[in-house]
Design a protein around this ligand. Structure first.
Ligand SMILES: Cc1cc2nc3c(=O)[nH]c(=O)nc-3n(C[C@H](O)[C@H](O)[C@H](O)COP(=O)(O)OP(=O)(O)OC[C@H]3O[C@@H](n4cnc5c(N)ncnc54)[C@H](O)[C@@H]3O)c2cc1C
Length: 386
């Protein structure tokens, strides 16, 4: 714990991907930093649990595509500093009804952005998708594209790398210390935990689904929707078969599930298992603390039936089922939430959305907001309005 008279430049609340990236960026900038995580580190109960995330350049919103491109140098630096690859480039396949909207965007709009940014892709009809990528039983009007720079992020190695590099800069990372309250003062903030009160020049709240209750006493309500999304692994019938990362845009089912996504074999994963999941908003939680961490049988049955219909290369028995806590802004037009608390500008927040792919860059953004009051001009114009 911090000594009573110690004052840190930055306190961080939350030891998920965003909090750890902020601690690394702050430490690397020569700032003193303390991070509080209420659970043991690297737990699976937040939004950074599990083994892999999709890496993709295509977005329906051009600013987000440019934000991923802006994150590339930050990923390269992280990979360089820790001396291991973290983003595995397998290509990214999007297919389905090209006008169908989803959490991830829309095929037609994303292709328009790829064109505008002169990013490479190959347009595919249903025959290409089935014969070249191992899918089957798709409606004849389905189309899509393959973008060669997409792939999968090694989640656990990324968290471990951010933690290791942050600690190497002198950052103090304190697991199992829940933060109860943030008190802005004239010159900074006090962060109140069960173990005492810590003083800092600024605080970055990266508490995922629990960010809203921490900010509400400061007069900010970040409206969010939270879900437990199930997923499972499936055994490859032929271990020589592989897939790019993929996303299928389908019309909604009665259950509320519409879209499915999946991964190929990851170098860090099991040799003959691949992950497939519904992109489902079917089971919203009234509050994040109600998450069970257990995939429901009905969800797994639907997932297994989808795999059976469309992925002949996989045994449809779901293995190692799990859930992950997804927090998205309530406003569907907003990709994620990042900003400073009005009237308490030393309090910065960054939460929600599909933001793993931006993480090393967002750590820097949070530090810039906390220290300079603004992100660098080239990145600031790409961030969603706070
Ligand atoms: C199923 C699923 C699939 C996803 N797919 C993708 C994808 O393909 N691509 C992509 O880019 N993103 C994806 N995401 C999103 C991405 O994983 C998240 O945006 C990212 O991990 C969020 O990290 P975080 O640090 O903001 O939140 P979290 O990982 O939830 O971290 C918040 C931390 O704060 C801690 N905390 C909370 N309250 C307190 C407190 N009071 N005191 C101290 N600590 C506290 C929590 O314990 C937690 O560890 C996916 C997410 C899920 C769940």
């Amino acid at each position: 714990m911090a000594k009573a008279d110690e004052v840190f430049d930055i306190a961080v609340i939350g030891g998920g991907a965003v909090g750890l990236a902020t601690a690394w960026a702050a430490g690397a900038a020569g700032l003193s930093v303390v991070l509080f995580e209420r659970q043991p580190l690297f737990h699976d109960g937040g939004s950074s649990g599990g083994a892999e995330r999709q890496w993709r350049l295509q977005y329906s919103d051009e600013r987000l595509a440019r934000l991923v491109l802006a994150a590339v140098p930050a990923w390269r630096r992280l990979e360089h500093d820790i001396d291991r690859p973290l983003v595995h480039r397998t290509g990214s396949l999007w297919f389905g009804d090209i006008d169908q909207d989803s959490n991830e965007g829309q095929i037609r709009a994303a292709v328009a952005v790829l064109d505008r940014l002169s990013l490479p892709y190959e347009w595919l009809d249903v025959k290409d998708i089935e014969s070249r990528f191992g899918f089957g039983g798709l409606p004849g009007h389905y189309q899509g594209f393959h973008q060669p720079d997409g792939g999968a992020i090694d989640v656990r190695a990324t968290l471990w790398s951010l933690y290791t590099l942050a600690v190497a800069t002198g950052a103090r990372i304190l697991p199992e210390v829940p933060v109860r309250e943030i008190r802005p003062t004239g010159t900074g903030v006090q962060v109140v935990t069960a173990a005492g009160t810590t003083r800092a020049g600024a605080v970055v709240v990266a508490a995922g689904a629990a960010t809203t209750p921490l900010l509400e006493p400061l007069g900010v309500h970040l409206a969010m929707r939270t879900f437990e999304m199930p997923s499972a692994y499936f055994r490859l019938r032929d271990p020589a078969q592989d897939y790019p990362t993929w996303f299928a845009f389908e019309p909604p089912e009665e259950s509320g599930d519409a879209h499915y996504y999946g991964f190929g074999r990851n170098p860090w994963g099991h040799r003959d298992l691949v992950r497939v999941a519904p992109d489902s908003e079917a089971n919203p939680l009234p509050e994040a603390s109600r998450a069970t961490g257990v995939a429901r049988d009905a969800d797994l049955r639907r997932l297994s039936a989808w795999v059976d219909r469309h992925l002949a290369g996989l045994d449809p028995t779901p293995l190692a089922p799990s859930t992950c806590l997804v927090t998205l802004p309530a406003d569907h037009d907003r990709a994620f939430r990042v900003g400073r608390v009005p009237g308490a500008e030393r309090v910065v927040y960054c939460t929600s959305g599909w933001i793993f792919k931006f993480v090393p860059l967002l750590g820097q953004v949070c530090v810039d907001l906390a220290v300079h009051g603004a992100a660098s001009a080239d990145v600031a114009e790409l961030l969603p309005a706070s």
